[in-house]
Design a binder for this molecule. Structure first.
Ligand code: SF4
Length: 207
């Protein structure tokens, strides 16, 4: 079955992980994407933010959350009082999955499958072990399913502090929506306020 496991480095630092993940062939998603987009930020951070997968801009630039959703997330974090220097950001899946009608047409995001999420899980587990965050902010349904299982429903648990064992570690998590869903929302202002509200719960949980 698909898995990133054989590609993990023996010695785990952000540099060795990033280098190794660049060569990952653990599932077919590397075939059409430009490059692996590994997590980034402060490995001593108290907060780890986990999204779904890189988007079009992230895939081109090789960095997580640099596109429109990332910009919106930065604003929401600032409003909620979470210091960006105290965060590490990553995605449940490290390659961009998309459909494209023709070679030069726009690449349209496609949600990763459970198999792909599971395959990519060892990278996320390694990042959690490296960063040892005090709190995980779960951005959207895919990240939630990857971390908490397929029964996860973001609408049921958003803005609450969950305590779960993840990859063998007791973790505290605050789920919220993915910032890209705010951009797609009919009522963007309300959706944005909802995101900020959930992030404020996370900020308070940090103490
Ligand atoms: Fe490896 Fe994850 Fe990319 Fe699949 S999506 S090839 S498991 S890094």
């Amino acid at each position: 079955d698909y898995t990133a496991e054989p590609f993990l480095p023996e010695k785990v630092t952000l540099t060795t992980l990033r280098r190794a993940a660049a060569e990952c062939r653990g599932c077919p998603l590397h075939e059409n994407a430009t490059q692996t987009v590994f997590g980034a930020g402060n490995t001593d951070a108290h907060v780890m933010l986990v999204g779904e997968q890189p988007g079009d801009q992230e895939d081109r630039q090789g960095k997580p959350f640099v596109g429109p959703a990332g910009k919106l997330l930065d604003c929401a974090l600032a409003e909620a009082g979470i210091d960006p220097d105290d965060t590490y950001v990553t995605n449940a899946v490290k390659h961009f999955k998309f459909t494209q009608a023709e070679p030069k047409k726009r690449r349209i995001h496609k949600a990763p499958s459970l198999r792909e999420m599971t395959a990519c899980g060892p990278w996320l587990a390694a990042e959690l072990a490296l960063v040892e965050p005090e709190l995980i902010v779960v951005l959207g349904a895919t990240a939630g399913k990857a971390l908490l299982g397929s029964s996860f429903r973001v609408t049921q648990v958003r803005g609450t502090v969950l305590e779960e064992e993840i990859h063998g570690r007791a973790e505290r998590l605050v789920p919220t929506v993915h910032p890209s869903s705010v951009l797609r929302s009919d009522d963007r202002e309300a959706a944005y306020r909802g995101l900020v509200g959930d992030l404020e719960v996370a900020a308070r949980a940090l103490g």
